[in-house]
Design a protein around this ligand. Structure first.
Ligand code: GLY
Ligand code: MN
Ligand code: MN
Length: 445
């Protein structure tokens, strides 16, 4: 957890958040005739043949109710009509600092019970015969019949998609921190830093350690920008700084920002004009993030935008319609336009319009799309069109029947810059224009 800017309004917003969230849980339990739900925070996982553990990742259902990032084995016991119980495991441990019992105002909504061991926490669970549901990664002790029930997940996911004001405040703060990191990363690029140096500049300015990050940052110089989830941080300074693609976010109370920027060195004028064109196109897409819009339609609009840009730059020798119909643009934009964002970077609830509806499939040939439904108020989505020069995807195009549709000389000229992605986090409003958390944070200075 980051200690920046906890405010009275955040505490008030949390109270409303728990009311809304609690009502959704009660409704789901009633519909499914379940008397209560136990939510486990998650456990630490040991490394094979070692005495270390992997970084702890809490169960998002636990975080949704209690902003506690580092309380393995703790439990929330939720029973409609009762004060929820928060069973906090505070081990006797002099090797590690045990979790400190929370004193923040949100905790007054819970009956807090401190125990010393995971076993003591589990001993406080209702007996399996009582028929409670269990949400969590480790299996509950005994013979529970409702372990991570699909129907309960579906119902709660519908609630998690629509962010409360509290969640939006958290995401606003995560955006502010993430944008501070992005500014520093841009400066480090302009100063000629290595990927490692740019990564460290992001961490310092966003006030994150690597394990605080909502996802591993993607910091790609030059050709590395063509690897969608490039995972290294080269210590070597490259001979030339042509481009930087940085996809990096920050976290606040468990909520994520997920932000990408692409920077071109001044000498890369053709690539730079594509970056500018993508930025304009991306903002046009952001403006269309409105209630009722089917996300796949926006995804297809992004493909059209990429076709237009490539056509204008001379990379494509065919018109937009032909480029779309033949599937050409999929070689340049091989991922979805975006996804829901929240406690998880790829947040839940992108496929089902109601809890009991079947999943909506992505358009044919677009299997990476993680959001296939219409937009609703309170959704937070990423809008992240891309345009890449990925050798693995371009080679078959170059060797195939569509080769004549592409100016390969221009492709070869652009490929050393890797690719472009521009990603903002956008809130769908009930009526009127969307709220762009990322651009707001950049504009705030
Ligand atoms: N950072 C991962 C993504 O943009 O989806
Ligand atoms: Mn991203
Ligand atoms: Mn994303």
């Amino acid at each position: 957890m980051n200690s920046h800017s906890p405010t009275a309004s955040l505490d008030e917003a949390y109270t409303a958040h728990l009311d809304i969230t609690g009502a959704a849980i009660d409704r789901a339990l009633e519909e499914l005739r379940l008397p209560g739900v136990a939510i486990h925070a998650g456990s630490l996982h040991g490394v094979f043949l070692d005495d270390q553990t992997y970084p702890f990742k809490p169960n998002p259902w636990f975080l949704w109710l209690a902003p506690l990032a580092d309380t393995p084995d703790s439990l929330i016991l939720w029973e409609p009509g009762q004060t929820p119980r928060l069973i906090l495991v505070v081990p006797d441990d002099y090797w590690h600092l045990p979790p400190q019992p929370p004193v923040d105002p949100w905790v007054k909504h819970f009956a807090l019970e401190i125990v010393r061991t995971p076993e003591e926490a589990l001993a406080l669970l209702p007996a399996p015969e009582r028929g409670w549901a269990w949400l969590g990664e480790p299996a509950p002790p005994g013979d529970w019949s409702h372990v991570n029930p699909e129907h309960l997940h579906r119902r709660l996911e519908q609630a998690r998609c629509r962010k409360t004001d509290y969640e939006l405040l958290c995401m606003q703060e995560a955006s502010r921190l993430g944008v501070a990191g992005h500014r520093a990363a841009q400066h480090a690029f302009e100063a000629g830093g290595s990927e490692f140096a740019i990564h460290m500049a992001f961490l310092r300015a966003s006030s994150m350690t690597d394990t605080d990050l909502p996802y591993a940052s993607i910091v790609g110089l030059n050709e590395h920008a063509a690897t969608l989830h490039y995972q290294h941080r080269d210590r070597q300074v490259p001979a030339q700084h042509r481009s930087l693609l940085i996809d990096a976010g920050a976290g606040f109370r468990g909520y994520a920002s997920d932000i990408t920027r692409t920077w071109a060195a001044p000498a890369m004028s053709l690539f730079g004009s594509l970056v500018d064109g993508m930025d304009r196109m991306q903002q046009g897409l952001c403006a269309q993030v409105r209630t009722g819009v089917p996300w796949p339609a926006l995804h297809m609009a992004a493909h059209r935008g990429v076709a237009r840009l490539l056509r204008t730059a001379g990379v494509l020798r065919v018109g937009e319609d032909e480029a779309l119909e033949s599937g050409l643009t999929r070689a340049f934009l091989p991922h979805g336009l975006g996804h829901l964002l929240g406690l998880q970077v790829h947040d839940v609830g992108g496929f089902h319009e109601t809890a009991d509806a079947p999943p909506l499939p992505p358009p044919e040939g677009h299997r990476w799309l993680r959001l296939t439904r219409r937009l609703e108020p309170g959704f937070v989505v990423t809008v992240e069109p891309g345009l890449y020069f990925i050798p693995m995807l371009l080679a078959p195009l170059r060797a195939g029947p569509l080769a004549g549709s592409v100016d390969w000389q221009l492709v070869d000229q652009l490929a050393p810059c890797g690719g472009i992605r521009i990603e903002d986090n956008v809130v769908v409003t009930a009526a009127g224009p969307p709220r762009n958390l990322t651009r707001e944070a950049f504009a705030a200075g």
